[in-house]
Design a protein around this ligand. Sequence first.
Ligand code: XMP
Length: 319
Amino acid sequence: MFDGKKLDVSRFITEQVDAIRTQVGEDVVILGLSGGIDSTVTALLVSKAVGDRLRCIFVDHGLLRKNEFEDVLAHYRTLGLQVKGVRAAARFFAACKGLTDPEEKRKAIGKTFIEVFQEEARQVEGAKWLAQGTIWPDIAESRSDKGTVKSHHNVGGLPEQMHLGLVEPLKYLYKYEVREVGAALGLDAGFLGRHPFPGPGLGVRCLGELTPERIAVLQEADAIWIAALRESGWYDKVWQAAAIFVPVRTTGITDGRRTYEHVIALRAVNSTDAVTAEPVRLPWELLDRVQHEIIARVDGINRVVFDISTKPQATIEWE
Ligand code: XMP
């Protein structure tokens, strides 16, 4: 917990379920699922408290991992959550058109998310509350007295504009505690072991302007990277891994002919709650296999680099 006390998981669940029931009474609660652990655990807690008066919305902003929308939606249904999947990629790409500044991109994604979410939420009759998977590091980082490092759209914005009350049962927990609560609520180890994934998704891993073509390239490279980590057994020994689309062209050679194509960077870090991070010293053979596979299979990429920067001074995400 944020106050340094050890979390008693079953007591936490009982207390939060009671608190949510007291807070929302007979009202309907809406919740935006992201596919990540925090929003999923929040959904399970709230659904335990209010049953089918919880209505979940899962927005596909087009910046998810390859096949993520379909896979995650299917998983939610197996968890018994009522979820509406909303495909809105075209709107997000339109909102980000021409933007190259990281914070402007993040804000455009955040603003479009709020618009899409509001439109969907308005269709939910009697909704008075918004449940969010905010956790303690989100709050602590947004409150930093050194100014905002990156605008995390989990904190602030949405409920005020929607005139909804806020339900944030995880807001004093660290990520590892959220995983403990998730396990107690029945989430399987495979899901709980998933790496954190940022709200703006691949949008913060595709430098420069976001286009559907660039995101498609990044999704392919990312899928190869993540599959290789899983197959080699490294996925569970890494806190977070990412592929990044770097929109500079470099010279290469394929079948004796000169190429001039883009770069993919790979990142794999270990961290405690994202405040600091260390690159993971992966075996050379693994990195070598991945670079070969990405360059052979992903159109428009002729160079792969591995990011060895620590946080600080680098951040985990490239934008
Ligand atoms: P950085 O790049 O700041 O990332 O070292 C720290 C952790 O936060 C995640 N992250 C975000 N999560 N919205 C999110 O929900 C964002 O805008 C955002 N930016 C970074 C990042 O993936 C890492 O786990």
